[in-house]
Design a protein around this ligand. Structure first.
Ligand code: SF4
Length: 482
């Protein structure tokens, strides 16, 4: 998924395609409903203090971010003492170059990857391919989408837009496997395919969930064991770590882990917890001989310097804001045209990749606030999206975004001016509602042939403002003005 400029019409086209894809919508709804139900049940049955824990998580991230420069220094010093090699990367280019030079130095043209959204952010696979290096995804979801050359649709579950029948077809077509649709058999096919790759590889790559400054260690959580294979069965392990992943202590990381896992999948704990504190020691039989940690900035320090938007760096990438978003669950992640989709994507993509490049994605939000309510570290997502919309409209501050254009068109400006005029006068507003009540029904009859309405009605039912609703509004006005 390119992070270059995408126009509103590109967004419109892809959104219409996704809305018309009934199978995609069915698949998304089914997975989102399951993930939401699992999360809710686990929190209700296992946690008596979820809200307190959320507040604790918010504070842990707040403290880490306020002290990030010191924690990064401390992490670097301790990690070096532990035998790790630390690389600082200001941007995608520098991170990619570090990995390429390690590949070239070790005469290796294959790298096995555990799941890493940071590697998606820097477009590592495409970069390595241009340099004749084969990056092989070993996470099941990542493997599926790599086989069909698609980017992840979700930050936690990259292939949730495909059901088991579609995955069976993909494995048959791309891996020449027998056609199967039972999850165990599909897992078996993937396992057999990947085990051969794991047999004799030299370099493995992973992301990082938490980097612990006091210990100089990294913590990687996963459910499939491929992360452990990619980080221990190789000679050289490379870990890409966004600088915002640093926390002070194991205790801090444990609090975030307690919040992350139920939020992401509804599980209590992940199957694998890999805490990596040093490369292979003299008396150890296995493990990588070298561990390289790339500390990736890519505009994070610019976000951190902003007194308002820095809160978006608290994200622990649980994905639950995507699962609860009424827009995401209709169109899926590809329609956001960015590595990071959904509510958190709308907040961080414009800041990482530039507001000019992805501003239309800010419209993919109804400001319903569900995302803010479920975020385990209490990021006020909806309010940040609203603020970014102001930036986009040229009404916010321009210092952080570095954009050049004011996006509000003449039609938009005129429409908002008319709306403001009507909505701020009680008499005009009531007159408008009365007219809608009288003539609104005509839209239902002729909406299908009126160009603007036609598109709008393609995926929605026509709202009728009936007299009941009108009297409810009147009552509400009474409550408000009393
Ligand atoms: S913003 Fe919050 S809910 Fe969304 S992925 Fe990040 S931590 Fe999870």
């Amino acid at each position: 998924m390119s992070n270059n400029f995408h126009s509103s019409s590109e967004y419109n086209n892809i959104i219409h395609n996704k809305l018309n894809d009934k199978q995609l919508r069915k698949n998304l709804k089914s997975v989102m409903d399951t993930l939401k139900k699992n999360r809710k049940n686990t929190i209700a049955s296992r946690y008596t203090n979820w809200e307190e824990l959320r507040e604790l998580g918010r504070k842990v991230k707040q403290n880490s971010l306020s002290n990030l420069a010191n924690l990064l220094d401390k992490f670097e010093q301790n990690a070096i003492k532990n035998g790790f090699k630390i690389h600082w990367a200001r941007n995608s280019k520098e991170a990619n170059e570090v990995i390429l030079s390690l590949m070239q130095k070790n005469a290796s043209n294959v790298i096995l990857k555990g799941k890493s959204m940071a590697s998606e952010e820097i477009h590592l696979n495409a970069y390595l391919k241009e340099n004749n290096i084969n990056a092989i995804e070993t996470d099941l979801g990542e493997l599926i989408i790599q086989l069909i050359d698609e980017p992840p649709v979700h930050i936690v579950a990259p292939a949730i837009h495909k059901n088991r029948y579609e995955i069976g077809e993909i494995f048959k077509d791309k891996l020449k496997a027998p056609l199967e649709n039972e999850p165990e058999k599909l897992n078996g096919i993937a396992r057999e395919h990947l085990r051969k790759k794991f047999k004799d590889f030299k370099i493995g790559l992973s992301g990082v969930n938490f980097a612990i400054a006091n210990e100089g260690a990294i913590w990687l959580i996963e459910n499939e064991g491929n992360g452990r294979m990619s980080t221990t069965a190789c000679d050289i392990h490379i870990a890409i770590c966004g600088i915002e992943k640093i926390v002070e202590s194991f205790e801090d990381a444990s609090i975030l882990d307690l919040l992350l896992v139920p939020s992401a999948t509804g599980a209590n704990i992940t199957c694998y917890n890999n805490i990596i504190s040093h490369p292979r020691q003299k008396d150890e039989l296995d493990g990588p001989k070298e561990v390289h940690i790339i500390l990736l900035d890519n505009n994070r320090s610019k976000i951190l310097a902003d007194s308002h938007y820095y809160r978006s760096l608290s994200c622990i990438r649980c994905g639950t804001c995507l699962n609860h978003c009424p827009v995401y669950d209709k169109i899926g992640g590809h329609a956001y045209l960015s590595t990071y989709p959904g509510p958190i994507g709308e907040v961080i993509s414009p800041q990482i990749f530039g507001l000019d490049n992805c501003s239309p994605m800010l419209n993919l939000c109804s400001l319903c606030e569900r995302c803010s309510e479920v975020c385990p570290v209490k990021i006020p997502l909806a309010s940040l999206i609203r603020d970014l919309r102001s930036e986009k409209a040229g009404e916010g501050r321009k210092d952080i975004m570095g954009y050049n254009e004011v996006y509000r068109s003449k039609i938009e400006k005129t429409s908002f001016a008319i709306f403001t005029n009507l909505a701020t006068s009680g008499f005009k507003w009531r007159l408008l509602l009365a007219q809608i009540r009288i003539f609104g029904g005509l839209g239902k009859i002729f909406g299908g042939i009126i160009p603007g309405l036609k598109n709008w009605l393609a995926y929605r039912s026509y709202p009728i403002l009936n007299s009941n609703l009108h009297s409810k509004i009147k009552k509400m006005e009474g409550v408000i003005y009393e």
